[in-house]
Design a binder for this molecule. Structure first.
Ligand code: FES
Length: 343
């Protein structure tokens, strides 16, 4: 069985590699054109020392105490030349990605398959990538706006492992990408894809998960749910999906299918607009009192516009809740990619 390993570099870049059975992280990274820090590759020098943030792995005992002490190993430090994953892992690398890359991350060609205006405010875009992007569910990619030098950042809404990509994009009036998509894009048009990027991605699910989505911030959660459905999940996963107007709610059939197919997945929708006839009105935070936060033993993932993210953060602080894991991403849909991360 192969496992995904997310390499978090100190400059904020994340690369995802796949480890084959029995393969060390160092070797798998090398196959993926990433030169992790190393010297001896034999458990002697300690140059390859990194920190494993999550996931299971084997280190064996073929390395020297000088390279990695027992205390360091107990704290989660690893030697990537000895580390063989036994599950999906996240590894913090104390080096910049630019220093470890065998070449600059080039753009991958893509072809537009479909553009669907699925609500007045949301566009579903399907793109066929010309090569594997190797992303984790929750990450995003920069898509070049044809005819310009501009790019826009969009989270994948499709499952990892396929070159058939989908995106859920906010239809921004007069927005550069929105205008091209709605007014001029045709099936077969070429677009450049640069990425994947971002550290907002699904970690190994080891406790209940609470997902909070605002508007087209639903996109990364669709990718996460696809991944969970494929791999299986024995922890409760609950999604609260909030929008402004009733007709902003999209992908409900997909969410209902997830709820049908995944025993542990539940979701609710909320609408904040005054004219809404939705049974749950208000902001997401108004419907969180009975959210399954599990006394803090929960991993919270949050993606939405800045005001929503700030509101939810304030809500948790006000409740004195400190989730075990808290990962968030703000997006500003009308300007160049302005994504930030993470707590
Ligand atoms: Fe020397 Fe890993 S490269 S211990």
């Amino acid at each position: 069985m192969t496992y995904n390993v997310a390499l978090n570099f100190e400059d904020g870049v994340t690369r995802v590699i796949t480890c084959n059975p029995g393969e060390t992280v160092l070797d798998a990274a090398y196959r993926a054109q990433i030169n992790l820090p190393m010297d001896c590759s034999d458990g002697v020098c300690g140059t390859c020392k990194c920190a494993c943030a999550s996931g299971e792995y084997e280190l064996g005992d073929d390395y020297l105490e000088d390279a990695l002490t027992d205390d360091e190993a107990a704290e989660g430090l690893v030697l990537t030349c000895q580390m063989v994953p036994a599950g999906d892992c996240v590894v913090d690398v104390p080096a910049a990605a630019s220093l470890c890359s065998k070449g600059a991350q080039g753009a991958i060609p893509g072809t537009v398959d479909e553009v669907n205006l699925i609500s007045p405010t949301a566009i579903e875009v399907k793109i066929r990538a010309g090569a594997d992007l190797g992303f984790l569910p929750g990450q995003y990619v920069n898509i070049g706006v044809p005819g310009t030098d501009e790019t826009r950042a969009y989270s994948f809404s499709s499952r990892p492992g396929s070159r058939d990509l989908s995106f859920l994009i906010r239809n921004v009036p007069d927005g550069l990408m929105s205008s091209w998509l709605v007014g001029r894009a045709r099936t077969g048009d070429a677009v450049d894809l640069t990425g994947p990027m971002g550290v907002f991605y699904l970690r190994p699910v080891e406790r209940p998960v609470l997902m909070l989505a605002g508007g087209t911030g639903l996109a990364p959660f669709l990718a996460m749910l696809e991944s969970l459905k494929e791999k299986g999940c024995d922890q409760p996963v609950h999604l609260i999906y909030g929008v402004t107007n009733d007709d902003d709610l999209v992908c409900l059939a997909a969410l209902e299918a997830f709820a049908r197919d995944m025993e542990n997945f539940t979701f609710r929708t909320v609408v904040s607009g005054e004219d809404s006839t939705h049974p749950r009105k208000g902001y997401v935070t108004a419907h969180m009192d009975d959210a399954p936060v599990n006394d803090g033993n929960v991993d919270v993932y949050l993606c939405g516009p800045p005001a929503m993210v700030d509101s939810v953060l304030g809500h948790f602080r006000g409740q004195g809740i400190e989730p075990h894991g808290f990962y968030y991403e703000k997006f500003t849909p009308s300007v160049a990619p302005a994504r930030e991360k993470v707590a």
